[in-house]
Write a protein that binds this ligand. Structure first.
Ligand code: GRF
Length: 218
């Protein structure tokens, strides 16, 4: 199967570090994608600067302007349809969305823990890492998953484990997990671009790479 170039919408609420990472990976040819639009839940998201620098179109759609989840979500997905977006990438996006039928398994999120640990409503930023440290876990990490209508709940595409070290603080653990995220998110998207990802219920299957298959055949 030939690799496609994915058209992405990236949704942000904050610093946009994940957005910046995706922009970098695309620019060095590690991710076969283009960002068609950045949608922010707030005009004050610092990460909007990265979209501006790259002349990526920006939309601001704020939750408080809509009475229901569905009314809020619809214009977001309409922008994505209008821009012919293939996949919607949540990158530090802090709002729940109602996913319309036509975007089922086309919305991805990254969460800074090994789901189902330390996730769900209220688990964001350093709270995730503080809870992991309080629990005394020896391994944490990050999870890329498809998004459904519950926080951090949809089918898991890939996970990367990160050791918790003696003396870790929420900040130091966050830094190392973010380094893993910078690899995991583009890797998951690249698997999709290569046509290797299929979803069966809540199980995501990753087929072997064509390159590897050729090596074995040879
Ligand atoms: C990351 O920790 C990611 O796991 C979570 O949001 C954080 C990135 O936010 N979803 P940002 O890109 O710095 O705004």
């Amino acid at each position: 199967m030939s690799k496609r170039k994915l058209r992405l919408a990236v949704l942000i609420s904050g610093t946009g570090r994940s957005l910046k990472n995706l922009i970098n990976r695309i620019s060095i040819g590690e991710l076969s994608a283009e960002i068609a639009v950045v949608i922010s839940s707030t005009p004050s998201a610092v990460g909007l600067q990265y979209a501006e620098e790259e002349s990526i179109p920006i939309e601001i759609i704020e939750r408080h302007n809509y009475t229901t989840l569905r009314a809020f979500s619809e214009p977001i997905f309409q922008v994505c349809r209008d821009k012919y977006v293939d996949y919607v990438v949540l990158a530090g996006y802090l709002k729940l969305l109602a996913i319309p039928q036509d975007f089922n398994n086309r919305v991805l999120n990254i969460h800074p823990s090994l789901i189902p640990a330390f996730c769900g409503k209220g688990y964001y930023g350093n709270i995730v890492h503080s809870k992991a440290l309080e629990m005394g876990v020896k391994i944490s990490g990050c999870t890329v998953h498809f998004v459904d209508e519950h926080y951090d709940n949809g089918p898991i595409i890939l996970q990367k484990a990160v050791d918790v070290l003696e003396g870790d603080t929420a900040n130091t653990l966050n830094d190392r997990i973010f380094d893993a995220e910078c690899i995991a998110y583009p890797e998951a998207l690249e698997l999709i671009a290569e046509g290797r990802v299929t979803v069966q219920g809540r199980i995501v299957k990753i087929s072997p790479s064509q390159n590897r298959k050729n090596e074995i055949d040879f």
